[in-house]
Design a protein around this ligand. Sequence first.
Ligand code: B12
Ligand code: SF4
Ligand code: SF4
Length: 309
Amino acid sequence: MIHKSNPFLWRVYNFLLNISRKLGFADFGVAKAEPLTDCIPRYEHYISQGYNAGMSYLERNFDKRMDPCKLYEGAKSVLVFLAPYSAQNPENGIASFAYGLDYHKVLKDRLYQFLAESGIEGRPFVDSAPIVERQWAVRAGLGLIGKNQFLISPELGLRTFIGVILSTVPYEQIDCPDLRFKKSKVPQDCGSCGRCIAACPTGALTEDGILDARKCVSYRTIESKELQSGETAGGSGFFFGCDRCLNACPWNNPQIKGWPEFEQNKGEIEAVSKQEWLSMSQEEFEKRFGDTPLSRPGLEKLKNNINFA
Ligand code: B12
Ligand code: SF4
Ligand code: SF4
């Protein structure tokens, strides 16, 4: 038994786990930093089919994306953190992840705090770097990937943001029976269910089990640089992001409490009528929603989305 021959191994994992909990993370896991060999065919297929739509950055840095050691020299372990956002979405047009502060900054600040408190060497990443975050979350034992492409945590559900730290601490120094037990408990897949596929308003969840961003309402209303045509929301009523395949999933857990930062604007956002969005000035938009994810597409695109939703 590893823990008897080297009790230190238990302590490193539990020490890090405790700091992650203290900082409010709802789950934490660790994987060995190594090439994502089993991910390559799927990723290549995704790009070759054009499923990445206009997000050409997903075609770049392939080597780094498939191998964290090429992204951060000396990386030996991948620490993965889940931050819950639980605002339930009455499907009134705006996806629930946008009801508070932009998660990139909130999460990154917290990951820097983790580095400071744990004293380990590493670099935090949230979204912006060539890292296949959901795949790392699976490898770290935090959940499975559903047919809707979400990282699904059996305990927390689907409303979680993922944060990653690439660290120089050898995985072997963190690996322990607790971590292995955690990994062994995660279900492999979602079986014969297909509710998310049926719920998707635009058929964006493809037969080959991948998401075609060209059809995804979330892509069309947030990321796409084009001002949209009538196909934007597939009649879903969403004009910023989309929660249909999330809400349809039986793993969705409405009991989970999200970080307050992620729902601090909920009431205010819900109170704005479509008419008010359409007549809002740029100045007012920036003042009220400049630090929320709504600022990513900007007011002009938001208004255009509303006109076509
Ligand atoms: C680009 C992007 C998007 C694009 C494209 C999404 C896509 N599926 O490709 C768009 C704009 C559509 C989007 C939408 C959303 N996104 Co987004 N997005 C990203 C980003 C920046 C990159 C994702 C990526 O690399 N895509 C390329 C594809 C090929 O990679 P992938 O989907 O991860 O799939 C890989 C593996 O996971 C694996 N895999 C996938 N499916 C399966 C299935 C099986 C069985 C197996 C074995 C493997 C496997 O294979 C692929 C690699 O080869 C990530 C952050 C990051 N750096 O990872 C956030 C991220 C995935 N998004 C996130 C969120 C919250 C959303 C939205 C919910 C926002 C909203 N409400 O509108 C929606 C959800 C839509 C959905 N159903 O996935 C979260 C997801 C959190 C979670 N718990 O899953 C992330 C991780 C950001 C974060 N840091 O929290 N997103
Ligand atoms: S986010 Fe909406 S449009 Fe995109 S795959 Fe899910 S249900 Fe379909
Ligand atoms: S709705 Fe069903 S098929 Fe889709 S992700 Fe959830 S469990 Fe899997």
